[in-house]
Design a protein around this ligand. Structure first.
Ligand code: SF4
Ligand code: ZN
Length: 343
């Protein structure tokens, strides 16, 4: 006897929802998934009619599902949003060039304007060149910092009011865990927020409409909807620490599926004791981007690359930043310390 869908009780169930464990038919799954994203958007008041929204698009499953669902909900519920795709080209041969082809097809399929900003044009460095200099251990630090700023710069060029990103529930739970493990209180407090307000000039507000969507359901949605997405991992993806947090989370999820949502709720409900020192946000003295130090992380990393001192922005070398700003020469010992890369 075929199992019937627990929602419509008419059609045959073709999948078991990872989030609820319910057996469900394809149509009811699509509807439930889309409605949950809609509820997330409405409950958090993510958008206002008339706004222009940039969808951060990498060609991967999350951002492809995000673009698809945002377009669909915008029409179904008349959000009144203008939408465009915004992509970052990190300059990773054999990975990003291929995934950007997917984004270009998505642009046609969804009939949305697309803007691509590249590390090469913004920073004068591709990730291929960065990896050649810094090796494969800290490359994601460079890439993550540069991407954050690149998205803001692209958003400003496009004049969008908001950026939405494809972060899903698993990503957020993973980040909560990592911040707990690292004792990063400032990030821990921020990382579960569904949206950030404009933190200063040059920073465009961001939001995460897929915050409560499970990764497994995103994959199922993309698969059953036959969406066109790119599923290869980055060739420079070591990120061992995040990898362990991810495996740990997946192990917990296999025992108790609600683990992901439970961790997010724990993160949301943490409160920080009064008197805990938090970084004070200011602006970078070089480029004007938001920063809690004199120089923003991006400028420090870039300076390190340009001077052939890749470790400048990795670890705590704040004392040396002042010397760099003042264009003072470094001692031989300091140079040595910043040159060594552990590959
Ligand atoms: Fe960049 Fe690292 Fe992600 Fe590759 S895995 S795209 S290098 S952050
Ligand atoms: Zn800067």
């Amino acid at each position: 006897m075929p199992v019937l869908c627990s929602t419509c009780t008419e059609k045959r169930a073709v999948l078991k929802r990872p989030k609820t464990g319910h057996s469900i038919c394809k149509e009811c799954f699509f509807w439930a998934f889309e409605e949950e994203v809609h509820q997330t958007i409405v409950a958090a008041n993510l958008f206002k009619a008339g706004e222009t929204v940039g969808i951060a698009a990498s060609g991967g499953k999350d951002s492809t599902v995000l673009a698809h669902v945002m377009k669909l909900l915008n029409e179904r519920y008349s959000y009144g949003l203008e939408m465009m795709l915004l992509s970052v080209d990190e300059g990773i041969t054999g990975y990003r060039d291929d995934s950007l082809e997917t984004v270009k097809r998505n642009q046609q399929q969804y009939e949305l304007p697309l803007k691509i900003v590249s590390y090469e044009e913004l920073y004068g460095w591709t990730m291929d060149a960065i990896v050649k200099q810094v090796g494969l251990k800290n490359n994601c630090t460079f890439c993550g910092v540069f991407r954050r700023q690149a998205l803001d710069r692209g958003a400003i060029m496009l004049k969008v009011d908001k950026i939405c990103t494809g972060h899903n529930a698993d990503d957020i739970a993973e980040t909560v865990l990592m911040n707990v493990l690292r004792g990063d209180i400032a990030r821990l407090r921020r990382c579960t927020a569904i949206s950030t307000s404009s933190e200063g000039d040059g920073v465009v507000p961001r939001c995460k409409p897929l915050k409560y969507a499970y990764e497994k359901e995103i994959v199922m949605y993309a698969y059953f909807k036959k969406l066109d997405y790119f599923s290869t991992e980055c060739i420079y993806s070591p990120n061992a620490y995040r990898g362990h947090a991810r495996t740990f989370l997946k192990d917990l999820e296999s025992i108790r599926p609600s683990t992901i949502i439970d961790i997010i709720h724990s993160g949301e409900n943490l409160s920080i004791r009064d008197g805990v020192k938090m970084p004070v946000q200011g602006t970078c003295s070089k480029c004007g981007y938001i920063s809690s130090q004199t120089l923003c992380k991006s400028c420090v990393l870039l300076e390190g690359l340009n001077r052939g001192l890749p470790k400048l922005g990795i670890g705590k070398h704040h004392r040396l930043h002042d010397k760099i700003i003042a264009n003072q020469p470094l001692t031989e010992k300091e140079e040595r310390k910043l040159k060594v890369v552990d590959i």
